[in-house]
Design a protein around this ligand. Sequence first.
Ligand SMILES: [Fe+2]
Length: 166
Amino acid sequence: MAKKTTLTDLFIHALSDVYSAEKQLTKALPKLARAATNPDLAAAFETHLEETQGQIERIDQVVESSGVKLKRMKCAAMEGLVEEGQEVIDELDKGPVLDAALIGAAQKVEHYEIATYGTLCVLAKQLGFNDAAKLLAETLQEEKETDRKLTVLAEQQVNDEAAGVA
Ligand SMILES: [Fe+2]
């Protein structure tokens, strides 16, 4: 018989998953920053690394305020997304085309996180974890802002530079 799973279990699972995702990302972002040629793109990755460290602390606050206990697990989705980022670094020469590919890889990460934090926010509200919901909404906003920043970098700088590569 299937195990009885509650909405709280789903919340704990998603929160544990994103904790692992953020931890993995703190290891991947310095590599993305080093691989980037455009200084604004490298700076965006550095900034998001700092934000990500803050987001991990925020998850600790979510855990405390909602009184749940995280499970040890590895986010398989982030593992795959980070692997794809590593693939473009391995396959492309340094330069604007790699920069464009790095933006694409990073935006997949951001969209995954936006989906996850969106779900977590809604679950937290449903469960009456109102302080947790507020904290999760802050992170959701940061992820959306990072995604937007990457789009602007692609449109205003990187894609033009990459299009000029013969
Ligand atoms: Fe994040």
